[in-house]
Write a protein that binds this ligand. Structure first.
Ligand code: DQA
Length: 145
């Protein structure tokens, strides 16, 4: 089983970026945590980050026939991107949406999630542990084996 973890814009700035909202762990810490968890589950994982919407669409398309599940934090594109929603729908790979912060308790403009309609689950407000929870959801059956 292979899970692809995709992070959108500014998530490479974790640890530096608004630590009161997103925590002190760096992006490198997050990657290590995801890799350790994949090892524990005995699965393959690939981690990808981009600040560019089209690159995120390309990566989702490339997952077709390669990954059994996708964990995605589209970051700001959550609230704007029909292209990312369409990409997830195109590949039909079970996908879990993750947000580090509790988006539902934040600004009005963060209350819209385009991608949510195409996801098997959403995890918000659990910090970086939310990525591991999303991996567990896919591992436990949300994903095609
Ligand atoms: C985020 C929430 C988004 O609203 C924001 O634009 C992000 C990060 C989160 O992980 O909490 O960049 O997706």
């Amino acid at each position: 089983m292979k899970i692809l973890v995709i992070n959108g814009p500014n998530l490479n700035m974790l640890g530096i970026r608004e630590p009161g909202v997103y925590g002190k762990e760096t992006y490198k810490d997050l990657c290590r945590k995801i890799e350790d968890h994949a090892k524990k589950l005995g699965i393959d994982v690939e981690i990808y980050q981009s600040n560019h919407e089209g690159d995120l669409v390309d990566k989702i398309q490339e997952a077709y026939g390669d990954a059994n599940g996708i964990v995605i934090n589209p970051a700001a594109y959550t609230h704007t991107s029909v292209a990312i929603l369409d990409a997830v729908k195109s590949v039909s790979i079970p996908t879990v949406e993750v947000h580090i912060s509790k988006v539902e308790e934040r600004e009005d403009f963060r209350q819209v999630s385009y991608i949510r309609k195409a996801c098997v689950a959403t995890v918000t407000g659990k910090g970086t542990d939310g990525y591991l929870m999303a991996m567990n959801i896919l591992f436990e059956g949300g994903a095609d084996k």
